[in-house]
Write a protein that binds this ligand. Structure first.
Ligand SMILES: [Zn+2]
Length: 230
């Protein structure tokens, strides 16, 4: 059975390379410099492993660099990154809608499946899921970045401001414990909340969500994007 899909996947990056491409895409999208040390941290691999993999990726035309510095995706790398991110996000929706997988589990489950989806299945997923522009965590599918452009990190919100939770950034999606915490406390896209207190000296803020008051570290709050409401 494995053989029959070989032709279709021949030009496709390996799952490892797809993971690298997806992280680099998010870094470039957010205007962050792509640095090997940050890749090592995000992918939980050693810096020498990253160096070797980046060399291979450059050889294969997924990325370009100036002697290992100023790393950037090539158009081919950017397209492949967009594809795997889109498949990841569509998978999250499929798991949520069809299998009722809890919100906090979607990302980790989709991480396994995203590498196995073919062009045909992706097309069917898009149609069946009504062409979503955001993932269940509120992150934009590639090409829909403008949808999230007016949402701001919770860290920039003044006390007393009412907000709608819109987006939990991809970086936070990689932290399963944090996702469970957010889900348990109702801090999910669409929820109404109010910043009740900001304690800068303590690096925390309090968020009123429904009848609950939740304390968040500013390091976490910066990955929660909201829309202000009057
Ligand atoms: Zn997501």
């Amino acid at each position: 059975m494995a053989q029959s899909t070989k032709t279709q996947t021949e030009n496709r990056p390996t799952p490892t390379i797809e993971d690298y491409l997806a992280i680099m895409y998010v870094m470039e999208r957010d205007g962050d410099e792509v640095i090997a040390a940050r890749l090592a941290e995000s992918l939980e691999v050693s810096p020498p492993t990253v160096t070797v993999t980046l060399k291979r990726m450059e050889r294969d035309g997924w990325i370009a660099s100036d002697q290992g510095k100023d790393i950037r995706l090539t158009p081919k790398g950017c397209e492949a990154a967009g594809t795997v991110i889109r498949r990841h996000m569509l998978t999250e929706w499929m798991l949520a809608r069809m299998l009722k997988v809890p919100w906090s589990r979607l990302h980790a489950e989709a991480d396994q499946i995203e590498h196995t989806i073919s062009d045909e299945i992706e097309t069917q997923m898009r149609t069946n899921l009504d062409d979503p522009q955001l993932c269940p965590h509120g992150n934009p599918l590639p090409g829909y970045e403008h949808v999230a452009a007016d949402w701001h990190p919770l860290t920039g919100v003044q006390p007393g401001q009412k907000v709608i939770i819109r987006r939990i950034h991809e970086t936070a999606e990689d932290n399963p414990e944090l996702l469970v915490f957010l889900e348990t406390n109702g801090i999910v896209p669409g929820a109404l909340a109010e910043v009740s207190e900001v304690l800068s000296f303590n690096q925390t803020l309090s968020l009123q969500v429904g009848s609950q008051k939740v304390a968040l570290g500013l390091l976490t709050a910066k990955y929660i994007f909201v829309e202000k409401v009057s």
